[in-house]
Design a protein around this ligand. Sequence first.
Ligand SMILES: O=P(O)(O)OC[C@H]1O[C@](O)(CO)[C@@H](O)[C@@H]1O
Length: 430
Amino acid sequence: MHVDLGSSLDATPGVSRASLERLDEQVAAAHERIAAGRDAHEHGYEALNLPSTVDLDAIRTAVAPFDDAEAVLTVGIGGSALGAATFADALAGPDDPDAYFLDNVDPEHVSRLLDSLPLDRTVLNVVSRSGTTAETLANFLVVRESMADAGVDWTDRTFVTTGESGNLRSLAEKHDLPSLSVPDGVPGRFSALSTVGLAVAAIQGHDLDAIRAGSADAAGGLSGSLFETPAYAYGATTYALAGRGAVTNAMMPYAERLETFAEWFAQLWAESLGKDGLGQTPARALGATDQHSQLQLYRAGPRDKLVTLVRPRDYSDRAIPETDLDGLSYLGGSSLGDLLDAEFEATEASLVESGVPAIRVEIDAVDERSLGSLLYEMEAACVLYGELAAVSTFTQPAVEWGKNAARGLLGGGDFEEAEAVDQRTSLVVE
Ligand SMILES: O=P(O)(O)OC[C@H]1O[C@](O)(CO)[C@@H](O)[C@@H]1O
């Protein structure tokens, strides 16, 4: 990725070049810590080794039985879905098997989706690092039943990606299902460049070697200075801006195919950095669409935001036809790409004009190699931010309370959290 910090300098909140130069000393130390964590294969840091550790042949072998698929249905949530969905959304081609993601338990949505799928030509991809996530297991049971009701042998259409032990590992062994392992030391939200994020891309026939090559380029580019490392430039500047009040980061890609990337980024940033009362709230936006819904707030609302504007430099364009309609001639003869680029630059300039910090992130194109490097670099940016903020980037203890409460409410064990649910205060107005 190409990072331009220019529009975050001297904004309000903003950072100065001098303050970034001072911060670069901490970046150098953080980089050493990250390198040491990678060398020692420590939990979390191990994710930044994936370009050299991921076994692409194992992925291709595991999904080989499904080369007749018309659709691939992934049942997984959070990091067990968002990485794969980012690749599927960005790279989907007209001849690829369609990719669907069940990463919620909305009964109406689940039923509508299952009713619409050719289950006998659908691959069921069940993904859970822990093997205990209620939403994923419940959806698996529902899909399995639907397959059985449709006379489809689910064991012929299912593969599993999970840890070395747990419910799903036992299921895979019992039914001799094709399976992949979630690599040790790689938290879910950092697993897009592993078996977890690449299996669907393999079924859809995307170039896994190009994705890995892009991430390897990025890994090779990590150095001890933010002025030489785009990932660290992004991580350090977002950290510095948060310290100056920019506690919301609006991730705004100017490409429909990158919309799910913004969702993936939201989990990475929120779950990794939201600790000890700190963190930067990711807000998902889409350019140019959200210029017409969110920009008013970004420019004229509370001074607590930065905006990350992302765009591909190369894309297939579409001409806007000439027109003699009054007032529209300025559009005729140009292209949708010209308009989108003008909107991108105009929005960046409008943020600068109102003193709101913006960071420009450009990728060469929405293709395998650029995505491999973009995802790796955003992961490295997040790890660096976590080092500078001294938070435990690779854990997510705050999500457990709600899980226990839900499990207790469903009779899945005695959890004090479930009792607390009944004690809530209510003030109903209807
Ligand atoms: O892969 P699993 O273990 O099902 O977890 C799914 C997601 O749930 C979380 O644990 C949060 O509840 C995320 O960190 C993770 O990506």
